[in-house]
Design a protein around this ligand. Structure first.
Ligand SMILES: [Mn+2]
Length: 352
């Protein structure tokens, strides 16, 4: 089973489009928007204004290239026609990127059928993956459902099941809550593929943001440990400040541990070795309070979080996180993590 998946990923890795990039290029990667019919069962609805605003008012005027990394349309639950009608404004924005030659659209499992049938031009240029080549270092971007076998059967079945059985009785989020074990498998296999090839991979699919193979919980643990080391070496002049920071991050960690959701609690440690920083995940556009995405700019990669101040103020008073307001709006962008690509590739080579 695993061998087959690796063969599949190898073919995709070798045959997908390659785009050479340098420090002047700017990319933003979003996945898992799950656009629906605009009704109450539409998971995209609550972040639709946020998503439209940041694309139109932030990324488009700043000349970013938009990479949509799968599960943009929710075709398990809704017909494509309904989705296009409900979210004309979003498709118009995609078209604006496309007409400037700055859109790459990758399919996932929820919008897989777009790759199989003609949808009046909506699937022109649709692809399964892409490679950004940064100084001959590949950044391999694909949705991530390829880590499981028999997608076609699964897809056709769950599509019908969702649209005709679960959806009419009002069952929301059925595929989003799909078992956590398979999400863990996705990360594990994708990690092995990326580290084995000494490349960076950027996924979606699990809705769990990852940066340098670390989940939020891992990052917090490392952050606290580092602050503890700093505290040990401190002559007392910075003690109060360090103690405050440790308390703050500890509190956040406790909150994560108290949540029932396995995806937050689980540590990203797939084996007992030090993790190579090769696996990234853009999270999703449909987070409860906002959207996460990955930016590549000036030779750096960043995990960003866009949120509506009216719904979340959790990053407003964190001095460790840089926050920027989208002008004349309630939307804010927080850089959760940021690192240098050259540095990351060096560490990947050292650790694999
Ligand atoms: Mn998916």
């Amino acid at each position: 089973m695993k061998k087959k998946v690796f063969e599949k990923l190898n073919i995709l890795f070798n045959e997908c489009l390659r785009v050479k990039i340098d420090d002047a290029d700017k990319f933003v990667i979003f996945s898992d928007a799950h656009l629906g019919n605009g009704g109450y069962q539409d998971d995209f609805k609550q972040n639709s204004e946020l998503f439209a605003s940041i694309l139109q008012k932030y990324y488009l005027p700043r000349n970013y290239t938009l990479i949509l990394n799968g599960d943009i349309e929710e075709l398990y639950k809704f017909r494509f026609k309904k989705i296009v009608t409900a979210w004309q404004n979003i498709f118009q924005i995609f078209d604006e990127f496309r007409s400037r030659g700055r859109l790459y659209k990758i399919f996932g499992n929820h919008d897989y059928t777009l790759s199989r049938r003609n949808y009046k031009g909506h699937n022109i240029g649709l692809m399964e993956g892409i490679r950004l080549e940064y100084e001959n270092n590949p950044i391999f971007i694909y949705h991530g459902h390829q880590t499981a076998n028999r997608l076609e059967d699964y897809n056709r079945f769950s599509s019908l099941f969702g649209r005709f059985i679960l959806n009419p009785i009002g069952y929301k989020n059925m595929t989003l809550n799909a078992d956590n074990l398979s999400k863990f498998k996705t990360e594990k296999i994708a990690y092995e593929f990326a580290s084995g090839n000494k490349i960076i991979s950027i996924l979606g699919h699990t809705h769990r943001p990852l940066f340098e193979s670390h989940s939020k919980i891992d990052s917090l643990k490392f952050l606290i440990e580092n602050l503890m080391l700093e505290l040990n070496g401190d002559d007392g002049s910075n003690q109060l400040n360090l103690v405050e920071k440790i308390k703050m991050h500890k509190k956040e960690l406790d909150i994560l541990y108290s949540q029932k959701k396995e995806k937050y609690r689980r540590s990203g440690l797939y084996n007992d070795k030090i993790l190579a920083p090769c696996l990234f995940n853009s999270g999703s556009v449909i987070g409860k309070r906002g959207a996460t995405g990955i930016e590549i700019r000036k030779g750096k990669i960043a995990l960003v979080y866009w949120f509506d101040q009216n719904r979340s103020s959790r990053f407003m008073d964190y001095d460790s996180v840089r926050i920027k307001r989208l002008s004349k709006s309630n939307f804010y962008r927080a850089i959760l993590k940021k690192d240098n690509l050259k540095n990351i590739f060096l560490r990947i080579r050292l650790l694999t």
